[in-house]
Write a protein that binds this ligand. Sequence first.
Ligand code: 6GU
Length: 246
Amino acid sequence: MRLDVVTIFPEYLEPLNVSLVGKARARGQLDVRVHDLRAWTHDKHNTVDDTPYGGGPGMVMKPDPWGEALDEILASGDGAPVIVVPTPSGEPFTQQLAVELSAKPWLVFTPARYEGIDRRVIEEYGDRLDVREVSIGDYVLAGGEAPVLVMVEAIARLLPGVLGNAASHQDDSFAPGAMADLLEGPVYTKPPEWRGRTIPEVLVSGHHGKIARWRRDEAFRRTDRNRPDLIERADPAAFDKHDRAI
Ligand code: 6GU
């Protein structure tokens, strides 16, 4: 998979060299290219923003540098990428969207600063390409770079061969499947006693059926406490009589 990121803060994307994404790059599973938007400015001050038409606070990113950057990047590859525009007014970034984007061969991220990018840029590329405006949650950040890090990590770990154990995202919270609609429950490792705290006996019982039942109960309990909205909107068929009795 190829990923391009266009930003005025290339150094903000340095974490893409670390850990899971960094290793995927080093192995050649991910081709990540970070570009400085100011490379496509032509004035002495490398201006990327200007005052908003109609007035109001803040600045708006000028269309020209974005247009030149995107034209050059689009011409540098085969086929058409999906353009992902991080913005607090976008559609929610969910595990489902991560799965969808992980199947694409090429993504271009356009994190903005200030009050966002001149609307005509989104319209111009939206006429020819799949452009997705995406938000990572109901809060406002100063720019789209941190959201790009979030989205790239969620997408990269879904690529074949990136995560060591393919089974490890089967039972992720929010993954479609058996534990759909439930958060993951608690986990334990050695030692069996730490600061006087023991582990749940069932986990060393060797009884796989009882362990599965216990995990499901804990997942249901945690979801009910932390995300009751997930239970409210779930398909009732996803839960059995036992779950509802908790
Ligand atoms: Cl994608 N960008 C910004 N600036 N703030 C956000 C966001 C994105 N998602 C949630 N808050």
